[in-house]
Design a protein around this ligand. Sequence first.
Ligand SMILES: N[C@@H](CCC[C@H](N)C(=O)O)C(=O)O
Length: 288
Amino acid sequence: MGIEFTKYHGLGNDFILIDNRTSTEPCLTPEQAVKWCDRHFGIGADGVIFALPDQDGHDYTMRIFNSDGSEPEMCGNGIRCLAKFLVDLEAADANVSSESLLPRSYKIHTLAGVMVPKIEASGQVTVDMGQPHLLAAEIPTTLAVADQKVIAQPLEVAGQTWDVTCVSMGNPHCITFVEDVAAIALETIGPKFEHHAVFPQRTNTEFIEVVRRDYLKMRVWERGAGITLACGTGACAVLVAGVLNDICDRRATIELPGGPLEIEWSELDQRVYMTGPAEMVFAGQSSI
Ligand SMILES: N[C@@H](CCC[C@H](N)C(=O)O)C(=O)O
């Protein structure tokens, strides 16, 4: 007998979900999470997500380990998967179908604050991702002085100068707009951004081609996970960066290798809203 898990994905950004509701500490160590995420010797995933009990009056707490064992503050695709996982767990507990509980929303405590995913009857999940953080100290980055924003700032990486905009959605993102996103050598350039000295907590990096003001193509190198098929916090950060650079609307489709996400940066409350799918793949037990 091992630990029970369920695998979900959001646009191919895949996670191992664990029902950790009876303990406030994750039941795996970061080292175990690395083994579980291994695509050859383990289950295979971009990260492991733990559904922990309520803290401070919210419904549940989310913790996540990246596939390298590091712990990010937030995960956009992951929180949509977690919402689906929670409704599936609650449906199983009540011996009813998950669909009968929809629409359902949760207040989830994360290391980046409280996030509110809502699963619609259609199965799509919209998440209130909160307000973006834009000051250099909040990213964090040393590319500007602490109380300044980093918008279209030149950065030398791999012998090239890139204009970068930095946005935190609770986790750090460095966004650069390019002519042709398919031409980017992500595998070699991505790690150089991630470990650049100007990002003391490393960074996620998004390469963006603006097709229209409401349609952007994105490829991502994730901190702690490398190339992934989608990144929810990344797509939110990209829309914010596009608005700050006046090259996209406040509502746009971000097309990722795994599919599209709809993102809106509301003028009313300055919060970012992300809508996309989350799918269950399989369940099992593991003792690795
Ligand atoms: N894939 C995620 C982001 C996961 C965390 C990221 N790798 C980090 O270290 O910040 C998403 O969908 O947001």
